[in-house]
Design a protein around this ligand. Structure first.
Ligand code: KG4
Ligand code: ZN
Length: 332
């Protein structure tokens, strides 16, 4: 089966062609047009600007992807597209494009939940997945622990009560005035910093549940910044390293706890924050130490892309295109 995936939920316009044969997922072509440089000057994604740029980019991105994959529309079996969660106007561009292509090419369409797609990025690794799985999903808008019983049975068992992990990285980067998006900038600065320089809060690390809270950690950074009255590079690097360590301590500890509680075989990682090298290394080591299998997407498929949407399209159900509407607040 050959699937065209389309993704436009935030500030990346993406398309991918994935070929599925048996249990193998092969990416024949994929394109991501990022708007980071456009939104950088505003310190965050401006929804109206994002939607306008999706409109400009979407057709060239699809065309380039088909060209790269050496695939003609008639060879495509399905179109898969993200319909939520995300920014409403951004989602509409991808969805309306996919509906139009599905109608024009007479191909079935599958509506995809963006958070489930992040999880399916792991299937692109083509490794045997040993169920049940506990997946830590960490992105700009979500932080969730998801119990996966088989290829399509997902159940949320824990989540953040306030900020998402990626949101905390982005807000702390803003507070320290180090750039945007926060995750990659903080992890880069943290490399030269001392993670023990500041003893920051690790909210809910010992709480008897599988939920998270990152707003307290962000406030603890704010107080430390106000107290220190410093803005030099050494201070910023130490703060980035201390913050990153605190966030990762909580994420890893809760994931191991969830994996033990639900007696799973495998721990999985997904979402934009899973591009963080320290998180990848720490969770992989801890999973091994406690006897779990471990799986994570390769770095370029952690953040938003359409290959993960195409994989989700393989496991999803097709629907008449008239029945599909964007759902910005869709949950898992
Ligand atoms: O999954 P994603 O691309 O978009 C959403 O669905 O939200 O995730 C974006 C988030 C941003 O908050 C970004 O700062 C974070 O992922 N991120 C990282 C890293 N790379 C991206 N966070 C920590 N370390 C990174 N290396
Ligand atoms: Zn995402």
């Amino acid at each position: 089966m050959i699937i065209l995936g389309i993704e436009s939920s935030c500030d990346e316009t993406a398309a991918a062609v994935v070929k599925i044969s048996g249990r193998r997922f092969d990416i024949l072509g994929h394109t991501i047009s990022s708007q980071i440089n456009i939104h950088k000057k505003y310190g965050g994604v401006v929804p109206e600007v994002a939607a306008r740029n999706h409109i400009i980019n979407i057709i060239p991105v699809v065309e380039q992807t088909l060209h790269q994959a050496k695939i003609q529309p008639k060879q495509i079996n399905r179109v898969a597209v993200t319909y939520g969660p995300g920014l409403i106007t951004s989602l509409m561009v991808g969805l309306e494009t996919a509906k139009t292509l599905s109608f024009a090419w007479q191909k079935p369409i599958v509506a995809i939940n963006h958070m489930r797609a992040h999880i399916y990025a792991n299937w692109l690794e083509n490794k045997k997945i040993i169920f049940p799985v506990m997946c830590l999903v960490v992105s700009g808008g979500h932080t969730e622990l998801v119990l996966i019983k088989d290829n399509s049975k997902f159940k949320k068992v824990g989540q953040t009560l306030d900020d998402a992990a990626g949101e905390a990285f982005d807000k702390v980067a803003k507070l320290l005035d180090v750039g945007y998006p926060g995750g990659p900038v903080i992890s880069r600065l943290a490399k030269t910093g001392n993670a023990k320089a500041f003893n920051l809060a690790r909210p809910m690390i010992n709480a008897n549940n599988l939920d998270f809270s990152f707003s307290g950690l962000k406030t603890s950074v704010l107080y430390a910044v106000q107290k220190a009255k410093r803005t030099d590079q050494k201070f910023k690097a130490d703060m980035c390293a201390s913050f990153q360590q605190a966030a990762i301590d909580v994420l890893v500890s809760k994931t191991i706890k969830a994996a033990q509680q639900y007696k799973v075989k495998t721990i999985m990682l997904s979402g934009g924050v899973s591009a963080n090298l320290l998180l990848r290394q720490t969770l992989s080591e801890q999973a091994g130490y406690f006897g779990f299998e471990f799986l994570m997407p390769r770095i370029d498929f952690c953040t938003d892309n359409a290959a993960m949407v195409a994989v989700a399209g393989y496991f999803g159900q097709t629907k008449p295109y008239q029945k599909i509407k964007v759902d910005p607040n869709l949950s898992l």
